[in-house]
Design a protein. Structure first.
Length: 61
């Protein structure tokens, strides 16, 4: 889910492979989406990090 969103950002930017910034945008998108879902009383979407390079995953320094 995260990798597909990052690929979408990369495609709209220039069509190259997703960068770390694209993955960060994807995480922010899902954080904002889950905040809205919490506010509406809906179940949050679990983030699937399959396909995300390990160095781009959340929490990696």
């Amino acid at each position: 889910m995260i990798s597909e969103t990052a690929e979408t950002y990369a495609y709209h930017r220039d069509g190259n492979k997703p960068t770390k910034a694209d993955y960060e945008k994807a995480y922010v998108f899902f954080d904002n989406n889950n905040a809205k879902r919490r506010a509406m009383g809906l179940k949050e979407i679990a983030l699937n990090e399959t396909g995300v390079p390990k160095s781009f995953r959340r929490g990696v320094k």
